[in-house]
Design a protein around this ligand. Structure first.
Ligand code: GLC
Ligand code: CA
Length: 606
């Protein structure tokens, strides 16, 4: 099987409000985390040649677009989200020739390539930042420099300009002895925030973006783009917030969705995207919820971004101490947050749909059931069906299509992610807000490294990620379960999670209701069954058909809840099962009896 042809969406079907409908309205995106995808030179780190060698696998899966996490020159403090040169490939990943070959091969196979754009900050090793350390250099004002707190000796404890804490632990301010001032870094101290108020900064970014677009890439995924405009006081003040138990206030309240965000995004659109076609832009919507701001930013009339990643649905299992003190997910919370996201962009704008990425634990471990392999497969399919039947553009994160699970690390030295390691020290050793045991449990459930173990290609010692006799071990441990969970086995098995993703993608490509139908939540109060209705708008009477989507999100059987039962009202025709996680006859029987088997998911044409 090769990738299916995407149909042109019929007239009268409305996607994001633009006319004609954008090509990405019925496309599926696949995210690659390059350092964990495929190593070809035995150094234990994935590389561009490795990605190119696996493109046929992605074509076979059927995806339309590949999003590459950063491969630019970087000291790799945050695995490439700290860029030292935007116009060079990091030697660890290969060369610009390798990049060109990747692009050409992907295009030949009918897939587009979207690059990560990390411009809220650069690396501290970027020449712009190095120049900025001299207060007389033309780059002096390219970053956020502030003097020590009045009455304090610069560089001494407590002299930071305010109490803002970084996302990755510690103060968000770092003292620079050369300049004698502090610079702002929302993330690690090797990721200084760029000063977007400065037009020279903005134009340098647009030039770089144009340079990449002209080289033939197909768009950008924009890292924490909603943090680029800061909320400042009338004289540029950066006000402190409430100070939490760890001794810091939240920096993000002052950086999320700042007053000039729309202006900057519109300027970027004018300077980079106007006049271009066939591209896609997706912003990481940190701090944007499913509401009017999501709609505004993605409404094509406003000429900002095609879509945003909204995270409200991935915060619902964070407990009182945030993500490190997780609590069980309640299905009604998932429904509520997804409904807000779906409804926000129902008439204008567009959603991106995702459960996994390189910053999140694996969804099958998080919300599925991995106690037996049978339940893992069932729950992976059910969660996939649930996500992919929503309205918007689905994103698959590498390995999700295999039902890959969390890393299962039990020792701190197995972790590589700076956020995980820093936050462990901050919470356990310094602020003592959590015991070592609890924090290890928090990491096991929520660490970003859960998503970053090597891609499981086969059952050989390093899972085919790198050769079994390679001189270097993988940079992070391979999950031992690659002997049973791997691409080689799944591609050959018509009942695998992989095969199920192929069918979901095909459905997105070919079924206009899946691509563009309205979305309506049913049974909002049911805690085990997630069900909704997809229908094409009424303006289009001869095409008006509906799909009923019902998913049992639990490992016990469940009754079909009220709203869905009413729509089925007794008459069930097996030929109208569009897709199901169980075989169609079983699914039809479940509908007829009003009872779903564990993790059974059904798409039924009404
Ligand atoms: C985004 C990225 C994450 C990175 C952070 C800082 O959230 O997805 O991986 O650490 O931005 O660039
Ligand atoms: Ca390599």
């Amino acid at each position: 099987m090769t990738s299916t042809q995407r149909i042109e969406l019929p007239d009268g079907v409305r996607t994001n409000g633009a006319d004609p409908n954008p090509w990405w309205a019925n496309s599926v995106v696949y995210q690659i985390y390059p350092r964990s995808f495929q190593d070809t030179n035995g150094d234990g780190i994935g590389d561009l040649k490795g990605i190119t060698s696996r493109l046929d696998y992605l074509a076979r899966l059927g995806v339309d677009v590949i999003w590459l996490s950063p491969v630019y020159k970087s000291p790799q403090d945050d695995n490439g989200y700290d860029i030292a040169d935007y116009r060079q490939i990091d030697p660890m990943f290969g060369t610009m020739d390798d990049m060109d070959e990747l692009l050409a091969t992907a295009h030949r196979l009918g897939m587009k390539v979207v690059m990560d754009l990390v411009v809220n900050h650069t690396s501290d090793e970027h020449p712009w930042f190095q120049a900025s350390r001299d207060a007389n250099d033309p780059h002096a004002d390219w970053y956020w420099w502030r003097p020590a707190k009045p009455g304090h000796e610069p560089g001494t404890p407590g002299a930071e300009p305010n109490h803002w804490g970084s996302y990755f632990g510690g103060s968000a301010w770092q003292y620079d002895a050369k300049r004698g001032e502090y610079y702002l870094h929302q993330f690690s101290k090797k990721q200084p925030d760029l000063n977007w108020e400065n037009p020279e900064v903005r134009h340098a970014v647009y030039d770089m973006m144009n340079w990449w677009m002209d080289r033939g890439i197909d768009g950008f995924r924009m890292d924490v783009i909603t943090l680029i405009s800061k909320h400042l006081g009338p004289n540029g003040e950066m006000e402190d917030g409430e100070i939490g138990p760890e001794g810091y206030s939240n920096v993000y309240w002052f950086c999320e969705d700042g007053p000039r965000l729309d202006e900057f995004l519109q300027e970027m659109h004018r300077e980079v995207f106007d006049g271009r076609e066939g591209y896609l832009t997706v912003g990481e919507g940190t701090g944007i919820d499913g509401g009017p701001r999501d709609e505004f930013i993605t409404d094509p009339r406003n000429r900002e971004l095609d879509m945003l990643f909204v995270f409200t649905h991935l915060d619902i299992d964070h407990g009182e101490g945030g993500k490190w003190t997780p609590k069980p997910m309640r299905l009604t919370d998932l429904k509520r947050t997804m409904a807000a996201q779906q409804n926000a962009v129902a008439s204008h704008g567009w959603a991106s749909i995702f459960l996994d990425n390189h910053d999140q634990p694996r969804v099958v471990s998080r919300w599925g059931d991995t106690t037996t392999d049978e339940l893992r497969v069932k729950s992976a399919k059910a969660l996939a069906l649930l996500a992919h039947l929503h309205r918007g553009t689905p994103y698959i994160y590498q390995g999700e299509e295999l039902g890959m699970t969390n890393a299962g690390f039990t020792r701190l030295d197995q972790y590589r992610d700076l956020e995980s390691i820093n936050m462990y020290h901050q919470r356990v050793d310094e602020a003592k807000v959590e015991s070592a045991e609890d924090m290890m449990a928090g990491l096991a459930a929520q660490s970003r490294d859960n998503a970053r173990t090597p891609m499981q290609w086969d059952s050989t010692p390093y899972a085919g990620f790198t050769a079994a006799d390679a001189p270097a071990k993988p940079w992070i441990e391979v999950n031992p379960n690659h002997t049973t969970i791997n691409a080689e086995d799944e591609v050959a098995d018509p009942d695998s999670v992989f095969a199920f993703y192929q069918r979901l993608i095909e459905l997105r490509h070919t079924n206009p209701i899946v691509a563009a139908g309205d979305w309506k939540l049913l049974d909002p109060d049911d805690e085990q069954v997630y069900d909704f209705l997809r229908s094409l708008p009424e303006e289009n009477p001869e095409e008006r058909r509906s799909l009923l989507v019902i998913v049992n999100c639990g490992s016990t059987s469940a009754h079909i809840p009220h709203d869905a039962a009413e729509l089925i009202h007794g008459a069930v025709d097996a030929s109208r099962i569009v897709l199901s996680t169980t075989d169609p006859d079983m699914a039809a029987a479940s509908l007829l009896l009003g009872k779903l088997s564990p993790w059974e998911g059904i798409v039924y044409q009404l």
